[in-house]
Design a protein around this ligand. Structure first.
Ligand code: NAX
Length: 331
């Protein structure tokens, strides 16, 4: 039998946490033959509720779940973890300035970076979900210099999956037959959902999404804004932000990272830019990636037309501004 993998979920008493921990304990993230030990962190006001989640995990009698650590102590939470899913953060409340929210999250991610660096297992993989996800991940990277940058990422897989879902609905095809959409840039409304290289599996072979949809006005307009604004549409409908889809996307992200992407299929991940596609180096930016042997690699050589170029640059500019704002909170 395999040794258990220790998975940290921060903000585990929150809504994404509540959807995510049972998925992990059922093997959705790491596979049906991989035992897990869950580490759950939240802050003292949520301690009682966190303990309730722990009670439910015990009550669910998950065969793969070999242990649960539920704590408000960041060192205890981070000790020995192989995977860290950072969902905890400070939400933007009505009337708050962007800078105030940034400042709260910068201080959270700075201190959690140090705890992970000192206490996590060697080669721990980190996924930041909490917003502003790309910039929180960047702060985490800056303050955990001994964690290799290839081990730090942020979640744009939900946006990626939303794009697959929109194409599947529009063409009335199975979502599992659609692949290779791309989310470029920030997990925000400036993200660029790109279908220029996406395909659909049909009985007559693989066909380009552009060819099948045959409506560039929709693909360059409503499709993009629907994906960009989907989070807001969920809030409007549910009076709560996306949770089950975010939790599921976090599992997809880690699963593909650890176990690999299928041959010929890429996914979107927020990763440290090396300057590929003329995206400024030093930002955490969402790119198309292949994963193999536990490592991601940016897909190279895709053609970028003029329309796309502008959109890649716009979301990069927003990330550069966020980075500057985050740094101004440090001083
Ligand atoms: P909730 O407010 O339900 O849960 C957040 C939890 O984090 C709370 O239990 C809170 O007590 C805890 N927390 C706050 N500060 C903490 C700290 N310093 N250490 C540990 N825990 C802490 O929010 P939820 O709906 O679960 O969303 C969580 C985060 O995900 C938010 O930042 C949200 O904006 C972000 N999202 C990111 C998405 C993505 O695709 N990247 C999509 C979904 C979601 O909007």
């Amino acid at each position: 039998a395999k040794d258990p993998v220790r998975v940290l979920v921060t903000g585990a008493a929150g809504q994404i946490g509540y959807a995510l921990v049972p998925m992990i304990a059922r093997g959705v993230m790491l596979g049906p033959d991989q035992p897990v030990i869950l580490h759950m962190l939240d802050i003292p006001p949520a301690a009682e509720s966190l303990n309730g989640v722990k009670m439910e995990l015990v009550d669910a009698a998950f065969p793969l779940l070999k242990g649960v650590v539920a704590t408000t102590d960041v060192v205890e939470a981070c000790t020995g973890v192989n995977i860290a899913v950072m969902v905890g953060g400070f939400p933007r409340k009505e009337g708050m300035e962007r800078k105030d929210v940034m400042s709260k999250n910068v201080s959270i991610y700075k201190s959690q970076a140090s705890a992970l660096e000192k206490h996590a297992a060697a080669n721990c993989k980190v996924l930041v979900v909490a917003n502003p996800a790309n910039t929180n991940a960047l702060i985490l990277k800056e303050f955990a210099p001994s964690i290799p940058e290839k081990n730090i990422s942020c979640l744009t897989r939900l946006d990626h999956n939303r794009a697959l879902g929109q194409i599947s609905e529009r063409l009335n095809v199975q979502v599992s037959d659609v692949k290779n959409v791309i989310i470029w840039g920030n997990h925000s409304s400036t993200q660029y959902p790109d279908v220029n290289h996406a395909t659909v599996r049909t009985p007559a072979g693989e066909k380009a999404v552009r060819e099948l949809v045959a409506d560039d006005a929709w693909l360059n307009g409503e499709f993009i804004t629907t994906v960009q604004q989907r989070g807001a549409a969920i809030i409007k409908a549910r009076k709560l932000s996306s949770a089950l889809s975010a939790a599921s996307a976090a599992c997809d992200h880690i699963r593909d990272w650890v176990l690999g992407t299928p041959e010929g299929t890429w996914v979107s991940m927020g990763v440290y830019s090396d300057g590929s596609y003329n995206v400024p180096a030093g930002l955490i930016y969402s790119f198309p990636v292949y994963c193999q042997n536990g490592e991601w690699k940016i897909v190279q050589g895709l053609s970028i037309d003029e329309f796309s170029r502008k959109k890649l640059d716009l979301t990069a500019e927003e990330l550069s501004e966020e980075k500057a704002l985050a740094y101004s909170c440090l001083s």
